[in-house]
Design a protein around this ligand. Structure first.
Ligand SMILES: [Zn+2]
Length: 239
C-alpha cells in the first residue's frame, strides 16, 4: 500500500508540484525508528509546513501535486540511491536507532515500498500530461529550518535552488525581490545538486522540463495562515 497523496491529477495549470518531505509518518512496523515522539515533530523528520504550502499552491495554480507519505527518516525521497543519507543513521545530532545496521533486504524493501511508489506517482502524472501534450513546469517544494545544528539563524525567508538551468529561477527571484520586503536566497543555503538531489534531476532534467526548486523557511509557514500567505506570494511571483 502506498501512502503517497496525489492532488488534482487532472489539474489544468502549467505547473506540477512535488513535495518529497511532506510527512513525518513512520509506518507502524518500524516502531518510530526507536525515537521518542518529540524527535518526530522536528525538522529532521519532515519539511515542517511544506505540505500545507503545496496544498495551497495546488489549489491556487490548479496544479497536480504529489506528496510523499512517509518521513524522510524512513527514506529520503530526494536523495540519489547511492547517497549515504538516503536512510540516515543520524540527522542534525540525533542518532536514528531504527536505521543503524540495516540489512540489504531491509534497505531494498524501504526503497521499493516508499521511494519508488512515491516517484512512480510523480512519473504517472508527468507521463499522462506528456501524452496529452500539456507543457509542464516542475516545482519541487521544500522547507528549511530557521537554524541548523546550533548555527547562526538563516536570514532567507524563501530560497530558490537552481542547479545550472536558471530559465525559471531568475525571473522568479526577480519577482520575489521586487517589492523589497522579504529576504530571498539564491542557491543559499542550498543549491540543487544532481549528484545528491533526486527529484528535480529525475523528473525535470531527464524530461527536459523547466523547473523550480523552492525552500520556505519553517518559522514563516508554521501555521495555515502563513502557508497560504506564502503560497500566494510565490504564485504571484510565478506570474
Ligand atoms: Zn525537503
Amino acid at each position: 500500500m502506498t501512502l503517497t497523496r496525489v492532488l488534482r491529477p487532472q489539474g489544468s495549470g502549467r505547473y506540477v508540484l512535488f513535495c518529497d518531505h511532506a510527512s513525518n509518518h513512520i509506518p507502524s512496523e518500524l516502531k518510530d525508528l526507536g525515537l521518542p515522539a518529540p524527535e518526530l515533530e522536528r525538522h529532521i523528520a519532515w519539511d515542517i509546513g511544506a505540505a500545507g504550502v503545496t496544498e495551497a499552491l495546488s489549489e491556487i495554480l490548479d496544479a497536480p501535486a504529489v506528496l510523499s507519505g512517509v518521513s524522510r527518516l524512513v527514506i529520503d525521497c530526494n536523495r540519489q540511491l547511492n547517497c549515504h543519507d538516503l536512510i540516515p543513521e543520524a540527522s542534525d545530532g540525533t542518532v536514528i536507532p531504527g536505521n543503524v545496521g540495516l540489512t540489504e533486504t531491509e534497505r531494498a524493501s524501504r526503497i521499493a515500498r516508499w521511494f519508488h511508489s512515491y516517484h512512480d506517482a510523480v512519473e504517472a502524472v508527468l507521463a499522462d500530461r506528456e501524452s496529452r501534450g500539456i507543457p509542464t513546469v516542475a516545482i519541487s517544494v521544500h522547507s528549511m529550518t530557521a537554524c541548523l545544528g546550533g548555527g547562526s539563524p538563516r536570514p532567507w525567508q524563501i530560497s530558490l535552488s537552481s542547479g545550472l538551468d536558471r530559465t525559471m529561477t531568475d525571473p522568479t527571484l526577480a519577482a520575489l525581490r521586487r517589492p523589497g520586503d522579504v529576504v530571498v536566497g539564491d542557491n543559499e543555503p542550498y543549491d540543487m545538486d544532481p549528484a545528491v538531489d533526486y527529484s528535480t534531476p529525475f523528473h525535470a532534467l531527464r524530461r527536459e522540463l523547466q523547473y523550480l526548486q523552492v525552500e520556505f523557511r519553517q518559522d514563516e509557514i508554521a501555521d495555515v495562515e502563513g502557508q497560504v500567505r506564502w503560497a500566494r506570494r510565490f504564485a504571484e511571483a510565478l506570474g
